[in-house]
Design a protein around this ligand. Structure first.
Ligand SMILES: [Zn+2]
Length: 334
């Protein structure tokens, strides 16, 4: 049984395996700027709002924006979806066009090509440059099914990326999906694309449930399971989305206090640091945002994501950065 410390301050003397910078797969088309108030999910603009939010903060010194990626073609979406759904969605035909629960427009559909491309290219960038932590500042993937969208999600970016890198280079991934909601898209895609069982093995898709200390224990068990496969050399990249809707004051969430939410980040990054140190090389790391909904204070969501990235930089790259997120308590509803 291996052990690992979830304190981020115990590795100061260890030579970090990762570059002190995050490669951010971002270009303006990732952020859909249309009728945002009509989008129950504010995820379409989150990437832009996040970069603006941290622009005058120390964290921005550690973000390296990579813009060299284009929109994903229909053929890439067919890896995880039926032709009927892909073609109808991008043509704006109902009922497929708004099966994600969002209002369809040509511009929104185009942004879906870019969010999925950002995630695909983040995985490929991490595999090509293992010492560079790659961030896709996106979401809107993990509830989609092969035949339709669902729950603010249009296309299964995680499954598409996993299938692509497995087919092209035999890369096997593990996913830590710490969004509040159970990410069904990967499991729902398995019968449509059986190769996913090899590309992203079932027991390496971690989606902790419950709340408070039970949530943390649930996460620890998932980390231990992934760790055994990583240390056997069976995992080629690790992906982690710390959805901010798992925070107790989120409009849709409610699993973790601020301290528990940050502890979950420290647990995941400390485990990755330990595995990399044990293997003597950096394991490719891909990060994404996923959910986070605060109608009363959207900045609280961005603060949690910023704090998560600061923990990644501190734990994996030895960057001296401490980010205390300002999360506004939820106003009581009358
Ligand atoms: Zn969610």
């Amino acid at each position: 049984m291996t052990t690992q410390n979830d304190s981020t301050d115990t590795h100061a003397s260890v030579q970090p395996h990762y570059a002190p910078q995050l490669d951010v797969l971002y270009r303006p088309e990732v952020s859909f700027e249309g009728n945002d108030e009509n989008h129950a999910s504010r995820t379409p603009t989150k990437a832009r709002r996040f970069l603006e939010h941290v622009a005058d903060q120390k964290l921005s010194d550690y973000l390296n924006i990579l813009r060299e990626f284009g929109p994903l073609a229909n053929s890439e979406f067919l890896r995880a979806h039926t032709r009927e759904y892909v073609e109808a969605f991008f043509r704006g035909e109902e009922p497929h066009a708004s099966s994600n629960g969002l209002e369809w427009s040509p511009e929104f559909a185009e942004s879906v090509r870019y969010t999925n491309s950002s995630l695909v290219h983040a995985v490929e960038n991490a595999l090509a440059h293992p010492a560079r932590i790659s961030l896709s500042p996106t979401g809107g993937f993990h509830h989609a099914t092969p035949e339709s969208g669902r729950g603010f999600c249009s296309m299964s970016g995680q499954a598409i990326a996993a299938l692509r890198v497995y087919e092209q280079r035999g890369a096997v991934g593990a996913w830590f999906d710490l969004d509040c909601h159970l990410g069904n898209s990967i499991e729902d895609t398995r019968s449509h694309a059986p190769l996913l069982d090899q590309a992203l093995p079932r027991d390496l898709h971690i989606n902790p449930q419950d709340s408070g200390s039970r949530y943390i224990e649930n996460l620890r068990a998932g980390i231990a399971r992934v760790g055994r496969a990583v240390l056997r050399g069976e995992v080629h990249y690790l992906a982690f989305a710390h959805g901010a809707d798992s925070h107790e004051w989120d409009d849709l969430g409610g699993q973790c206090t601020t301290e528990e939410w940050l502890r979950a980040s420290r647990l995941v990054y400390s485990a990755i640091e330990y595995w990399s140190r044990t293997l003597g090389r950096p394991i490719p790391v891909v990060l994404a945002f996923f959910g986070g909904y605060r109608d009363d204070d959207a900045a609280s969501v961005l603060e949690l994501h910023a704090a998560d990235l600061a923990i990644a930089l501190r734990t994996l790259a030895g960057v001296s950065i401490d980010y205390a997120p300002r999360v506004k308590p939820k106003a009581r509803r009358r």
